[in-house]
Each structure stands twice: as C-alpha cells, then as structure tokens.
Design a protein around this ligand. Structure first.
Ligand SMILES: Cc1cc2nc3c(=O)[nH]c(=O)nc-3n(C[C@H](O)[C@H](O)[C@H](O)COP(=O)(O)OP(=O)(O)OC[C@H]3O[C@@H](n4cnc5c(N)ncnc54)[C@H](O)[C@@H]3O)c2cc1C
Ligand code: FES
Ligand code: FES
Length: 487
C-alpha cells in the first residue's frame, strides 16, 4: 500500500491529497524523517510513490502535523494572507514543501530568506527551486511565491521541537538491527502469495535474491512506484534496500598516484549527490539540478537510475564519459563493471540474478579536462529528457584533441558511446570545422526513434548540433590559452 493511500484511508489524514499518483504534482508531499546519527533527517517526498514497506523505522509528518499548538504555523498563515490557494487541492503539498524550506534544521539557508513586510512582488530563486515539484492549476504561482517570501523565518518552530528526536530514535533503535521477512498467503487468485524482505546486511540480501531470482529490489521507489501505480505491477517478491547499512555514504578517495574518485553507496539519494557534487563537478550539479524535482531526488538514488537502465536516464552519459564503475555483489563476491560495458540491450544489464548494486565509483575530471553535460527536454524542470549528452575532452599543449569521449542518450535502445565520432575527433585540431564534421559523423552513428518527447529528425539534429555547442561553449569559457584555435 502506498503511504498516501494509507494516510487517507487508514488514518483519515486526508490533508494529504492524491492527484497524479506518479510523483509529478507534489499534492501528496509529506516529510519523511530517517535516523542520521543522533538526528532525524526530514525531507519532503511524494507519498503516492512511497510504499509502506520502504518506511520501517522512519517518521512521517503530514500537513496535519505541522500546526503549532493547534494553530496555523507561519507558512500556513502566509498562504492564507497572500491568497495562495483557490480550490486548495495542491495547497497541503505546497505547505509541506515550504515548511521544509524554512525549517532551520532541515535547511540552514532558510534564515537567509529575509521576511518582507507584506505580500510584495519580490522574487526568490530559492523559493522557486524548492517548489519545482509542486504544481498548481488554478491559483497560479505568483501568490504562492509571495507567500513564501512573506514568511518570517524567525517565527518558525523547528520540527525537532514539535517532535523531540530522542524518544523517536530510542523507539527505532531496535528496528535497525533485525531483518524483516513477511510472507502473505495467496489472495484473490494470486496463487503464490507475496513475499517481502527487508535485509540489514548485503550478505542477507544476496542470499535472498539468489533464492528468489525474480525479486524486485526497491531503493527510492521513484521508478518502481510509478510502474506499480500506473502499469499495475504487483511484484510477488519485493526486497527493500532501505535499511542496508553503510550504503548511504559518499566518499572522496584520493591517493598520491591516482586521480580522485568518488564512491557513491547504492542508498545515496540524488539530493545528497547533488549537494556533494556542487563544487566538485559543477557540470553534474547542473544536470542534477534539473533532474525530476526535490521530492524525487530526496527519495531516488543513483543506483536506481543505473539499474533502471532507461535510454534517457540523466546520469548515464556522465557516468559513461567518466568511465565510472559499478560494484555488484553476489554469491561469488563483489565485482566491478565499467559503465560502458554494463548495458547489454534495452533496459538489460550485465547483472546476475543473485547480484545487486552496492556502490558506484566515479573518477573525477582532472583540472585540464573539458567536460560538458546536456539535457534537452520540453520543460526545464520536472521533465524527462528527449536527448542527453556528455562530452569529455583533453587538449594537448599544441591545441590538438588528445583524448575524447562522447556519450549520448535518447538516440537508441541504450545510452551509448559514439566510437566513430570519437575516432574522428582524436588527434584533430580544436577548430569549429572539426566539430562541425564530427557532428555529421555523430548523426550517422545513431538510430533514434520518434516518440512523444521528440521526433527522430529532431534528435538527429540535436546529435549533430551538440558537438558544435560544446566547441562554442568551451571556447567562450577557456581563459587559459588552451583551445587556442578558437576564434
Ligand atoms: C516525477 C518523476 C520525475 C523523474 N525525473 C527524472 C529525471 O529527470 N531524470 C531521470 O533520469 N530520471 C527521472 N525519474 C526516474 C527516477 O526518479 C530515477 O531513475 C531514479 O534515479 C530511480 O532511483 P530509485 O532509487 O527511486 O529507483 P527504484 O524505483 O527504487 O528502482 C529502479 C530500478 O532499479 C532497481 N534497483 C534499485 N536499487 C538497486 C540496487 N541496489 N541493485 C540493483 N537494482 C536496483 C529496481 O529493482 C528497479 O528496477 C523521474 C521519476 C519520476 C517519478
Ligand atoms: S499525487 Fe501527484 S505527486 Fe503524488
Ligand atoms: S489551488 Fe487549485 S490547484 Fe492549486
């Protein structure tokens, strides 16, 4: 059962609304608190694509739980004062997301959002960024943004004061240690019944998966949840990765001899990755910034994006261009597979039935490398890509192309490297003519389909143009004498 349905139908907490049921509108947003050291780290998530089995040992705060001493909190007051609601269907979702934005413990930046006297016309990118996952179809956004800007953050009661952390953590402590196995008897013609497993060690997870080869692993559930809600998937065997220890860490590994590598645990959320990469790989940060919406990134993981294997998965071109490696764990132990060898066909991975993704190792681009990532979609935010690209290049001191990697998504059944284009570019001078010719070769190397996101002809043109765009952008940005041939 989804959390949204549970709240509405079993707890009568009908403030949480269900509209799209696929993570797109934010009407069902709740705050999900998970233990992190001696804290509960709360983040807004879409409760329509969170299932109860993912939430063992987590604390959920709904819009009903945000009042302070029975009165509206400052965010709720601001929505009233600024006329931020008409039909009201989207309103609880906006309120919950905004409360996370202004809670000083959840978002240290919140104190920077200075209150203004009334519902003025000031804009604030932070309010807009926080609300990209909440859609309103009748009020319009201006009153809602004005409401955000009129909140006096000094009047906010932090969640930790509303719900003291210590007793919650004490109640959850025992839950963390034990795995959970739930087997339900056959119902409604489902002859085999259903099995749920929540392991607390990779060893248990591998053993279970080897005994149940059809197991559906659920990590953040942002892909699986949509398939369950919209395509009627009812997995007979589910394994939640949500309590696997040590997989929620990101580490920067530096040694004297090798270039730095970031290792990303399979439970690391896309939000955590976005924060980590902001200063380290600004190009990846740029792509993660337009990946889904905050609610999606607070639940979804890099491992899920890789395992889902979509030809338009936004992280994949980058991972291929960087020669990232995926660590898989199975009965025979762990092995690493280069991202460029991972996909064997449309959504097919070189992964044995007993294996699961444990970590991803990403070499960081060196200071002399040029890296650009592109996402083309109809809307800037909260949209699936029509086309994606990663181009990584090194120049020699005399300006020639010394090393190059080109990876495109949305142009075939899998995200792919373009070996003929790369071979053409290698050793050539860094000139506009070379990139124009490279674009023509790229066009011949792919076979995109037409679908709702773009026609084949559109994608072919993008594949050609993006190399020229790369050339022009890197010329403009290069201040240090490299790319000397640029006009
Ligand atoms: C509204 C919305 C917007 C979205 N926007 C984008 C976007 O902009 N760009 C984009 O690329 N994607 C987008 N997505 C898709 C999705 O959010 C991403 O693919 C996300 O990274 C999936 O991660 P997850 O942890 O939620 O995966 P899950 O749904 O938990 O799992 C996805 C798949 O991976 C498998 N899996 C998960 N963990 C493991 C593991 N450790 N080992 C082996 N297999 C595993 C699951 O069995 C499943 O097949 C969007 C989805 C929604 C609902
Ligand atoms: S109901 Fe639209 S995101 Fe959940
Ligand atoms: S108030 Fe009606 S959809 Fe937003």
């Amino acid at each position: 059962m989804s959390l949204a349905n549970y709240l509405r139908y079993q707890r009568q907490a009908t403030g949480t609304k269900i509209v799209c049921e696929e993570g797109d509108c934010g009407a069902c947003t709740v705050l999900l608190g998970k233990p992190q050291g001696d804290q509960l780290a709360y983040q807004p998530v879409n409760s329509c694509i969170q299932f109860l089995y993912q939430l063992d040992g987590a604390h959920v705060v709904t819009v009903e739980g945000l009042k302070v001493n029975g009165a509206l909190n400052p965010v709720q007051e601001a929505m009233v004062n600024c006329h931020g609601a008409q039909c009201g269907y989207c309103t609880p979702g906006f309120v919950v997301t905004m409360c996370a934005l202004f809670d000083p413990n959840l978002n240290p930046d919140s104190t920077e959002a200075k209150p203004v006297a009334a519902c003025g016309s000031m804009t604030a990118q932070k309010v807009k960024d926080a609300l990209t996952g909440n859609l309103c179809r009748c009020t319009g956004y201006e009153p809602i943004i004005r409401a955000g800007l009129s909140v006096d953050s000094s009047q906010i009661t932090p969640l930790d004061d509303l719900y003291p952390v210590a007793p919650i953590l004490a109640a959850y402590a025992d839950l963390q240690a034990e795995s959970i196995l739930i087997e339900t008897p056959p119902v409604n013609g489902n002859a085999a019944g259903r099995i749920f497993f929540g392991p607390v060690s990779v060893r248990e997870a591998v053993a279970f998966k080897s005994q149940h080869p059809g197991t559906v692993i659920v990590s953040g559930g942002t892909d699986v949840g949509v398939v369950c809600n919209k395509r009627g998937l009812e997995p007979a065997v589910i394994m939640s990765a949500s309590r696997l220890p040590d997989l929620d860490t990101i580490r920067l590994n530096t040694t004297d001899n090798e270039s730095p590598t970031v290792s990303v645990g399979a439970r690391v959320t896309l939000s955590a990755l976005e924060r980590f990469m902001e200063s380290r790989v600004p190009e990846l940060f740029k792509i993660l910034n337009v990946f889904g919406a905050p609610q999606i990134k607070n639940a979804g993981t890099l491992a899920g994006n890789i395992a889902n294997g979509s030809p338009i998965g936004d992280s994949l071109p980058f991972l291929m261009a960087m020669d990232a490696e995926v660590e898989l764990s199975g009965l025979d132990g762990a092995r690493r597979v280069n991202m460029n060898q991972l996909y064997t066909g449309y959504r097919k991975l070189d992964m044995k039935p007993d294996e699961l993704i444990i970590r991803i190792y990403i070499p960081l681009p060196g200071p002399a490398e040029l890296l650009k990532l592109y996402k083309v979609s109809k809307r800037k935010h909260l949209d699936i890509s029509a086309f994606t690209a990663a181009i990584r290049l090194t120049q020699s001191t005399d300006g020639r192309i010394e090393a190059v990697r080109v990876a495109y998504g949305g142009v075939g059944p899998v995200v792919m490297r373009l070996p003929q284009t790369e071979a053409f570019l290698l050793g050539k001078d860094f000139t506009e003519a070379v990139f124009r010719e490279g674009g023509k070769i790229a066009r011949r190397e792919i076979t995109p389909i037409s679908d709702v996101r773009g026609s084949s002809a559109f994608r072919l043109q993008l594949a050609e143009n993006i190399l020229l765009k790369f050339y022009l952008e890197t010329c403009l940005e290069n201040q240090d004498g490299r790319a000397a041939a640029c006009p």
